[in-house]
Design a protein around this ligand. Structure first.
Ligand SMILES: NC(=[NH2+])NCCC[C@H]1O[C@@H](n2cnc3c(N)ncnc32)[C@H](O)[C@@H]1O
Length: 418
C-alpha cells in the first residue's frame, strides 16, 4: 500500500462515499468500508479510480462509490442495482435474439435435448424461463407432446413471442407469460424447468439467480432442471497477438519510444477480461480444468455471492504464459434413467458459440517450460452493489525446475471486474 503523501492537486479532488466494503487484493489498491469518504484524485479509467483515504492512496472500484451529497434519489441508477431497464431493454430488440438464434451450437444443443427426450416429455408441464423469441418452447411443442409449456419472458419481446407461437401453430401447448419468472404466478408446478441463462464466464448477468428462485418456487419435487449442471473451465494460455496489439505496440510506434505509456496500457487493457476472445487450441499451455461446478438442484442463491475454485496445471509445452482463458460447459441430464447426458461446451475444442471465451491477461508475461506447475485459486465475487456484475480474482504460483533451480514465483493477485 503506497503511503506517500498526496501532493496538492491543482483541481480539488471530489469526495465520494463508499456504498459497500471493498478489500484490496493488490498493493496498488485501497481497501475501504461502507460509508468511508474517499477523495478521488484521478478517474484513470471507467472502472478504477485513483483515490485517497486518510492520507493513503490507491486504486478503488468506481462502481462502489457515489458522489458525496448526492442523495439516493439523485442517482436513479442506484435504485436499479439490477439495471433492469437497461437489461430487459436490450432484450426488447432483435439484436441479442438474432445473435443467440444465429448461434447454431447453442440452439441445436437445446433442440437435441428436446428430441432425445421427446418420449419422456409427453404430458409433462414445462417452464421455459427467459424464453426470448420462444424457440425452446416451440421446439417442445413441435418435437414432443408436453401437456403445457409456460414460456416466461420479462422483456417487451414477449408480444412478438406470442405472435410467433401462434404463427407456428403452437398456441395449444405454449402459454406465453410476461414478467420476471421469480415474481409471476404460475397456475401449477412444473415437471421441467428449462432455461438458457448462461452469460459470459458462465455467470455474468446473474440470470442464474432468477432460475434458482423459480426452481425453489415452481419446480415440483423430483422435477428436472435443464441445464442440470454447469462448470467454469480455465486454462493457462499464450495470447501473443493480444499482447502485441495492446502492450508491445508502445515499444516503437513510428520509430518513437512510447514505453512510458505501458503502465497505463496495463491498467486500461489488462485489468478487465477480454470477453470476445477466441483462443486457438495451440495457445493452451496445459489441459484445462473445471474450477467451479454448479449442481443446479442444490446450489443456492447465497452461494453465488462468492465462488472459489482451486487449480493445478502442468505445463505441457514451453511457451509464454500471457494469461488464463475461461469458458463454460453445461450438461442436460436425460429424463430417462440411464439415458445419455447432452452437453454444450463453449471451449476451444468445440464448435464456436456467441459466448466465445474470456481472456484474463497477467500484469506481465512469463516464460514457462514443460513440467512447470501453475497452481492457485480463482474467486468469483458478486458485486454487492451492481447485482449483474462480478469481480474475478486469480492468485497463482509457478513452480519451475528449469536450469536445475527451484524457482517459486509468487505473483500478485490479479483483479478483473466484469
Ligand atoms: N443466456 C443469456 N445470458 N441470455 C439469454 C436469455 C435471456 C432472455 O431471458 C429473459 N430474462 C432474463 N431474466 C429473466 C427473468 N428473471 N424473468 C423472465 N425473463 C428473463 C431476457 O429478457 C432475455 O429475453
Amino acid at each position: 500500500m503506497q503511503t506517500e503523501k498526496v501532493e496538492e492537486e491543482e483541481d480539488a479532488p471530489e469526495e465520494y462515499v463508499a456504498l459497500c466494503d471493498f478489500t484490496a487484493s493488490g498493493s496498488e489498491q485501497l481497501s475501504f468500508i461502507t460509508g468511508d469518504k474517499l477523495l478521488v484524485h484521478n478517474k484513470s479509467s471507467a472502472d478504477w479510480w485513483w483515490a485517497e483515504l486518510q492520507g493513503v492512496i490507491g486504486y478503488v472500484p468506481a462502481s462502489y462509490l457515489r458522489l458525496d451529497g448526492a442523495e439516493e434519489g439523485d442517482d436513479t441508477s442506484l435504485e436499479d442495482p439490477w439495471q433492469d431497464d437497461e437489461y430487459f431493454g436490450s432484450y426488447g430488440t432483435l439484436r441479442l435474439h438474432l445473435e443467440m438464434l444465429s448461434d447454431r451450437s447453442r440452439t441445436e444443443t437445446y433442440r437435441q435435448v428436446i428430441v432425445s427426450n421427446s418420449a419422456s416429455l409427453r404430458d409433462k408441464v414445462v417452464m421455459d424461463l427467459g424464453c426470448g423469441t420462444g424457440i425452446i418452447s416451440m421446439f417442445c411443442a413441435q418435437l414432443a407432446k408436453p401437456s403445457m409449456v409456460y414460456a416466461v419472458e420479462a422483456s417487451s419481446m414477449v408480444e412478438h413471442t406470442r405472435q410467433l407461437v401462434k404463427q407456428n401453430g403452437c398456441e395449444e401447448v405454449v402459454t406465453v407469460l410476461q414478467g420476471r419468472a421469480e415474481e409471476l404466478e404460475l397456475p401449477e408446478q412444473v415437471d421441467i424447468l428449462v432455461s438458457e441463462w448462461m452469460g459470459n464466464c458462465l455467470l455474468f448477468e446473474f440470470m442464474v439467480e432468477s432460475v434458482l428462485l423459480a426452481r425453489d418456487r415452481w419446480l415440483r419435487d423430483g422435477g428436472v432442471m435443464w441445464p442440470s449442471s454447469a462448470a467454469l473451465a480455465l486454462v493457462p494460455c499464450q495470447a501473443d497477438n493480444y499482447y502485441t496489439e495492446k502492450m508491445a505496440f508502445w515499444e516503437r510506434p513510428y520509430g518513437l519510444d512510447f514505453t512510458p505509456l505501458q503502465p497505463l496500457a496495463q491498467q486500461e487493457f489488462f485489468t478487465k477480461p477480454k470477453f470476445s476472445h477466441l483462443i486457438d487450441p495451440e495457445d493452451c499451455l496445459s489441459a484445462p480444468c473445471d474450477v467451479i461446478c454448479l449442481n443446479m438442484y442444490t446450489v443456492q442463491v447465497r452461494d453465488l455471492e462468492e465462488m472459489k475454485g482451486e487449480f493445478q496445471f502442468c505445463v505441457e509445452k514451453p511457451g509464454i504464459f500471457h494469461g488464463f482463458t475461461a469458458w463454460f460447459t453445461v450438461q442436460f441430464e436425460s429424463l430417462e434413467m440411464g439415458g445419455a447426458t447432452v452437453e454444450l461446451n463453449t471451449g476451444p475444442n468445440s464448435d464456436p458459440t456467441h459466448w466465445k471465451q474470456t481472456l484474463f491477461m497477467l500484469d506481465r508475461p512469463i516464460q514457462v517450460y514443460t513440467g512447470d506447475s501453475i497452481h492457485g485459486n480463482i474467486v468469483l465475487r458478486r458485486n454487492p452493489v451492481w447485482r449483474r456484475h462480478m469481480t474475478v480474482m486469480l492468485h497463482w504460483n509457478i513452480n519451475s525446475n528449469t536450469d536445475d533451480c527451484q524457482a517459486n514465483i509468487s505473483l500478485n493477485i490479479h483483479i478483473h471486474k466484469c
